[in-house]
Design a protein around this ligand. Structure first.
Ligand SMILES: *Cc1c(COP(=O)(O)O)cnc(C)c1O
Length: 564
């Protein structure tokens, strides 16, 4: 795996549109995870896949961008199941050279409290976009393992070490994109460098603010990291001092009014020119959540709705059919001619879907004639994987079958409990042939499961699902969404291509879910012409809106270019 393939003959979008005004733009995109390929398991879920898709779309469009992340020697875990149906976790030792990563001829030192660590820098090319991955043997052992102290060390390595790696490589970024707060410490290192080069602290912070773009990804507390003051001072007090920041000034940058501790989200919000949520609804939720940071003003948080990289997520059969109908799925959405998808040949589209479904049936042993519902994502409890199973009798009375997959965070006991219950159901002889759990969910499995289903289910507790990108992967494949009106679906839903749940309470949502299945989804499925019309609308109307190229173009024109 030398490179992650992306097309390059469209690299002219950038030169065509911004060849003149964009000359000095170079974006450094920092993220704790990147989900590019199953073989490079340095991602845990949606956040990482989103970051990987961002690089792929930027490469296709020719946007000058580099990625910065960490190489985890143990990766994210491989999921297994114990005899009791409990999740087991194994970490395989990854060999960067065997994975085709290229060792850069630089190394980077980062002070971590009382020791200095030296990081190697690996490069993985995503088409024209290089991704630089920092690697410190013991520190980057695994993604999201360990305690708070381990965590702040990893995040310092990413933020501080990442900025130093770019300097050592001679990469002069003009805009820094902080993808989730994990990498926000990069601002302190940039301030130190500017102050040591002669700037005043205020000028340095102003310059950093002007050239930083921040994306916040979740309203769930565990995703918005907070550290104790003592840990922060011990780990970055000295760095902040070199930037002319006193201990109190440093701590003030990370404190949200009325709460304790040092938060990476407040730090990133204070030191960026623009901050965005990942859907329209999430933008609103984030503004409310962080309003205290703007006591005299409207909260300065907007949104750029996520997208998915079509080259990765469109099933190859559908990609081929679309091309034969004159659609260019790899072209920028406005040039791709998605209207032509409304005219796809019905028999050919059904054949494409039957082929993808058959692949999933081979893998699961399920029945290809039955309505197949997919539910696959991390087992975070707010996603309520158990909701559809809350009235088993009612569920089993319906001619449906369900495919479930997903990993629980190694420390999430409640998430593992939900998962175990579903694994038990899948092993229950009375449910044989109705519920299948597929182990070790990753990008490859997602590419088989999602296009192989008829309906994609999502039942988050509103408004906790900031975006929910697997639903977009389904939609662009003509797999119809049945989802709570949360995240992306709150702005996308239309009866022309799917079904909505209001997201009121567990009981009300379960009741509504069964009713919609009984009264709407199954009758539509029984009428193939009606179903094919829904599939075509889903593809034609949602693929251009939720393509990652659209999101990256939005970032480029609304945020990167003004910040450079
Ligand atoms: C897309 C994807 C996710 C994110 O799914 P959500 O619906 O946003 O929860 C998680 N894991 C993998 C492997 C994915 O491909």
């Amino acid at each position: 795996m030398q490179t992650t393939d992306t097309r390059t003959d469209l690299a002219t979008w950038w030169s065509r549109k911004h060849g003149d005004d964009g000359g000095d733009l170079l974006v450094a995109y920092f993220s704790m995870e990147f989900g590019l390929e199953a073989r490079l398991p340095i991602y845990s879920g949606g956040l990482g896949v989103l970051a990987g898709d961002h690089l792929k779309a930027a490469a296709e469009l020719g946007i000058p961008l580099v990625g910065v992340g960490l190489f985890y020697r143990g990766g994210y875990f491989t999921q297994g199941l114990s005899p009791e149906g409990r999740q087991t976790e194994t970490y395989e030792a990854l060999d960067p050279e065997a994975l085709g990563l290229v060792r850069e001829p630089v190394s980077v030192e980062v002070e971590l409290a009382d020791e200095t660590v030296t990081a190697a820098v690996w490069r993985h090319d995503v088409g024209s976009v290089p991704l630089y991955l920092l690697d410190v043997d013991l520190l980057t052992d695994a993604l999201y393992s360990g305690n708070r102290e381990h965590r702040i060390r990893q995040e310092l390595l990413l933020g501080v070490g990442g900025v130093r790696a770019l300097a050592a490589l001679g990469v002069e970024a003009s805009v820094f994109h902080v993808n989730e707060g994990h990498s926000a410490f990069l601002a302190i290192e940039r301030a130190r460098a500017l102050v040591e080069a002669g700037a005043s602290t205020d000028d340095a912070l102003e310059q950093i603010r002007r050239s930083t773009i921040f994306t916040t990804h979740t309203p769930v507390p565990a995703g918005n990291e907070v550290f104790g003051d003592e840990l922060v001072v011990r780990y970055i007090g000295d760095l902040a001092t070199s930037a002319g920041l006193s201990k109190d000034a440093l701590l003030a940058l990370g404190r949200a009014p009325g709460s304790d501790g040092f938060g990476l989200t407040p730090l990133a919000l204070r030191l960026s020119a623009a901050a965005n949520g990942v859907s329209e609804l999430h933008g609103e939720v984030a503004r409310e959540m962080w309003a205290a940071l703007w006591p005299h003003d409207d909260p300065q948080i907007g949104f750029v709705t996520n997208g998915v990289h079509l080259g990765t997520w469109l099933a190859p059969e559908l990609d081929e059919l679309l091309r034969s109908a004159g659609v260019r799925p790899d072209a920028p959405p406005r040039e791709a001619n998605w209207e032509a998808a409304l005219e796809l040949d019905r028999a050919a589209l059904w054949e494409v879907h039957a082929a993808r479904k058959e692949r999933l049936m081979q893998m699961t042993g399920l029945d290809s004639t039955r309505l197949t519902i997919g539910f696959a994502r991390r087992f975070a409890t707010y996603k309520r994987a158990g909701l559809v199973f809350s009235d088993l009798e009612r569920l089993l009375a319906l001619p449906v079958q369900i495919v479930v997959a997903g990993k629980a965070h190694p420390q999430d006991v409640a998430g593992k409990d939900v998962m175990q219950r579903i694994v038990e159901l899948s092993r229950d002889p009375s449910l044989a042939g109705r519920v299948v759990f597929l182990e070790d969910y990753d990008i490859d499995l997602a590419r088989t499961i999602i296009p192989g289903c008829d309906v994609w289910l999502n039942t988050p507790r509103r408004p906790h699902e900031a975006s929910g990108t697997s639903g977009m992967k389904a939609a662009v494949n003509g797999v119809l969404n049945l989802s709570v009106l949360d995240g992306w679906w709150a702005e996308a839903y239309d009866p022309a291509f799917g079904w909505a749940l209001d997201g009121v309470s567990d009981d009300a949502d379960a009741e509504q879910l069964y009713r919609v299945l009984e009264e709407k989804v199954l009758p539509a499925y029984a009428d193939r012409e009606a179903w094919l019309a829904l599939m075509k609308s889903s593809i034609a109307l949602l693929a251009p809106r939720f393509s990652m190229q659209r999101a990256v173009i939005e970032y480029t024109e609304r945020f990167y270019l003004p910040a450079k």
